[in-house]
Design a protein around this ligand. Structure first.
Ligand SMILES: NC(=O)c1ccc[n+]([C@@H]2O[C@H](COP(=O)([O-])OP(=O)(O)OC[C@H]3O[C@@H](n4cnc5c(N)ncnc54)[C@H](O)[C@@H]3O)[C@@H](O)[C@H]2O)c1
Length: 291
């Protein structure tokens, strides 16, 4: 089998690094990551992959070779802080993604695979109006679907629900919920729950997300591959699972829970989850007992 070149944008990030890890395991793949290290880290580099540094808006000059496939994950990826920096979100997600989509059209890439956000399905399909992040993610789904119609761009779109698991960042304003709780737990701090705490999420294991997007690349066509855990949990339930003190804080509780119909991914891709969030937290607490 001849080698194929696969470009992963955001390959130094949380989900992207797990995707790169899966892809480099196949010796037929030459894997290139394009990341601007806004939220990614060299600590997430996987031996065997090639790492390019830069913004997706410069993809044309940064990636001169034509990849067979592009997995596009390299975007501003956090809901709450996106409300404070809409210009940055627009630049990274709208300007950057337009360049990626154009690049795929002009280079006749065999498939563009997009990591969309399940927030699109919240509020009866109006989740895009809840914050700048969700808005840009939803616009990009529209753009890619339209490029499919206008230019026969080959593409597949999958939707991530809240990822958790190794390489998650818990120490900055871009921290994800589970990683923040791990960080607070390890530092003996109370676990902060944004009021009311009843907001629910389908927390999904990061390696399952990575496998899901890879399967979407291998077998999927078109829109609608939702990759979410079957069971949702409230943020308060997650904090309580760690044990210890909980502090309720004011803040943006985020969207309503997004609808979670994963039947297309399960039936067409054979995708399923392998790690439950509650088992994961239990194992973490066992590994790090509090004195
Ligand atoms: N993690 C989730 O729960 C979740 C849910 C829904 C959708 N997604 C989507 O999945 C993708 C990956 O999310 P993640 O959680 O791994 O986030 P992440 O922030 O860990 O990874 C994104 C990576 O892309 C890089 N990046 C951002 N904008 C870029 C740009 N314009 N050019 C080049 N690199 C850029 C960042 O430095 C980072 O390494 C994102 O597109 C995100 O919107 C994630």
């Amino acid at each position: 089998m001849s080698q194929q070149t696969i470009l992963v944008t955001g390959g130094a990030g949380h989900v992207g690094s797990h995707l790169v890890e899966l892809l480099v395991a196949d010796p037929n793949n030459h894997v290139i990551s394009l990341d601007n290290y806004f939220n990614g880290s060299e600590e997430n580099h996987i031996p065997g992959a090639e790492y390019l540094r830069g913004h997706t808006k410069d993809i044309e000059t940064l990636v001169p070779e034509t990849p067979d496939m592009v997995y596009h994950l390299g975007e501003y990826a956090r809901i709450t802080p996106s409300r404070e920096e809409p210009a940055l979100v627009y630049d990274m997600n709208i300007t950057g993604t337009f360049a990626v989509v154009e690049y795929c059209r002009e280079h006749k890439v065999k498939k563009l695979v997009y990591a969309a956000s399940s927030t699109r399905f919240a509020v009866e399909g109006n989740g895009r109006h809840q914050n700048p992040y969700s808005f840009t993610k939803s616009v990009n789904v529209d753009l890619i679907n339209d490029y499919g119609k206008w230019y026969d761009l080959p593409y597949a779109i999958c939707y991530f629900y809240n990822g958790f698991g190794p390489r998650e960042r818990g120490d900055s304003k871009y921290a994800t919920v589970v990683a923040r709780y791990e960080h607070q737990y390890l530092h003996g701090q109370p676990l902060t729950v944004v009021k009311p705490g009843t907001q629910k999420r389908a927390f999904t294991y990061v390696k399952d997300l990575a496998r899901g997007i890879m399967l979407t690349g291998e077998k999927g066509w078109g829109d609608g591959y939702a990759l979410g855990a079957e069971q949702s949990h409230s943020v308060l339930e997650i904090a309580e699972a760690f044990g210890g003190q909980i502090e309720f804080i004011e803040g943006y509780p985020g969207r309503e829970e997004s609808a979670n119909d994963t039947s297309k991914a399960r039936e067409e891709l054979g995708w399923q989850t392998t790690v439950d969030i509650m088992d994961y937290i239990q194992a973490f607490v066992k590994e790090h007992p509090r004195n």
